[in-house]
Write a protein that binds this ligand. Structure first.
Ligand code: 6GU
Length: 229
């Protein structure tokens, strides 16, 4: 999978993909993530990318031409399966959206900044507008990093058995059960006996019970959805 992220603040994405699972996916040749500096595509003097909003009011808007130049230049190189725009008024990102895109070849992600991008760019190019939650970030960059990370770890062969996505929270609609490692007793708190029993069936049962209990108490909304499905 190739993910191209277009931003006017590439420094914000300097290193999030150079560590851990995403780094390993890149090293294995299963993913490539490219950060593209919008300033390289500006058509205005002094690298200007934004301007005042028509109609007035606070905040700058990213102008359409540099973004269009950038998107069309990338499109001339390859076909994109999706062109996403990160925006708080987009569809809320979820594990099911991540699953849907984890199989595709090429994804472009456009990051807004300030008051966002000119509406006409959204109309002309964007296939999916995505938010990562109901709070406001300074720009789409950190949200794009969230989306890229969630997608890359789902690419086949990125995760090993030990890190399997199948046991992730949300993958089966449930929160993950609690986990423990050494020591067996920490600050007077013992690891649940069943996990030391070697009884794989009992362990599986306990984890499933815990996952259901956690979901019921912490995310009653998710639990109701499961009951309905
Ligand atoms: Cl995608 N962008 C911004 N600026 N803020 C957000 C967001 C995106 N998702 C949640 N808040």
């Amino acid at each position: 999978m190739r993910i191209d992220i277009i931003t006017c603040v590439p420094q914000l994405l300097a290193s999030p993909f150079d560590h851990s699972i995403v780094k390993r996916a890149k090293d294995k040749g299963l993913a490539s993530i490219n950060v593209i500096d919008l300033r390289d595509y500006t058509t205005y003097a002094h690298g200007q990318l934004d301007d005042y909003a028509y109609g007035g009011g606070a905040g700058m808007v990213l102008m359409p031409e540099p973004i269009a130049n950038c998107i069309m230049s990338l499109q001339s190189e390859r076909k994109y399966d999706a062109i996403m725009y990160m925006t708080p008024d987009g569809e809320q990102f979820s594990q099911s959206i991540a699953n849907r895109y984890s199989m595709v070849e090429n994804i472009m992600i456009l990051c807004g900044h300030y008051k966002g991008v000119d509406e006409r760019i959204r109309q002309k190019f964007i296939t999916h507008e995505i938010s990562i939650g109901d709070y406001v970030l300074s720009g789409g960059e950190l949200a794009a990093a969230v989306v890229a990370d969630a997608l890359v770890r789902l690419i086949p062969n990125v995760l090993s058995d030990e890190t399997s996505a199948l046991t992730d929270s949300f993958q089966d609609g449930l929160l993950a059960p609690p986990v423990y490692t050494r020591p067996e007793v920490y600050e007077g708190m013992s690891v649940p006996q069943v996990l030391l029993s070697g009884n794989h069936k009992a362990i599986e049962q306990w984890r499933n019970d815990q996952a259901i209990e956690r979901t019921k108490t912490r995310r009653p909304d998710l639990y109701q959805k499961l009951l309905g499905s």
